[in-house]
Ligand binder design. Structure first.
Ligand SMILES: [Zn+2]
Length: 135
C-alpha cells in the first residue's frame, strides 16, 4: 500500500474494537448495558446512567450532519492540497456522535441535518477510517 501522507490515528486499547471493525468495513460504537445508550468514542462511564458495563455493537452507519467546521489553514502538510475542507460531527441514527470527514461534498454545500452514510477509507495496512458521504 502507498505511504499515507496524513496523520494516522493511534489505536489505543480502548478503541481497538472500533478499528478492528473498521478494517472489516463495519461501523461499531459502544452501547451501555445499563440503559442501552449508544456512545462514541469509547469511555468508561455512561453519561446517562453511570453504568460501567458496555458492549461494542454494529450500527447502521447512517445519520445526519450535526455540526461542521471548515478548515482554511494548513495545520499539517498532508492536507495542503485539500484546503478548504470540512471536519464534520455526524449524529448517527442510533444517537452517538462521531467526528469525521465528509467526502463527495464541497464545504459550502454542507448543511446541518444533511443525511449521510458511512464509507471506509483504508489508510494503511492496519488503519481504516470511517468517513461519511451524502446518503
Ligand atoms: Zn447507561
Amino acid at each position: 500500500m502507498a505511504e499515507y501522507g496524513k496523520p494516522v490515528p493511534a489505536i489505543t486499547p480502548e478503541m481497538r474494537p472500533f478499528f478492528a471493525a473498521a478494517k472489516r468495513h463495519q461501523l461499531v460504537v459502544q452501547r451501555c448495558c445499563g440503559c442501552g445508550t449508544h456512545r462514541f468514542p469509547a469511555r468508561e462511564l455512561c453519561s446517562n446512567c453511570w453504568s460501567r458495563e458496555a458492549e461494542w455493537v454494529a450500527v447502521s452507519g447512517t445519520g445526519e450532519i450535526f455540526s461542521f467546521n471548515v478548515m482554511h489553514q494548513v495545520y499539517h502538510p498532508g492536507f495542503a492540497a485539500e484546503v478548504p475542507y470540512a471536519v464534520v460531527a455526524v449524529k448517527l441514527k442510533e444517537g452517538a456522535k462521531m467526528t469525521s470527514s465528509l467526502v463527495g461534498v464541497k464545504p459550502h454545500d454542507i448543511r446541518i441535518g444533511m443525511p449521510v452514510r458511512v464509507v471506509f477509507e483504508d489508510l494503511t495496512d492496519e488503519v481504516t477510517l470511517p468517513k461519511f458521504a451524502p446518503a
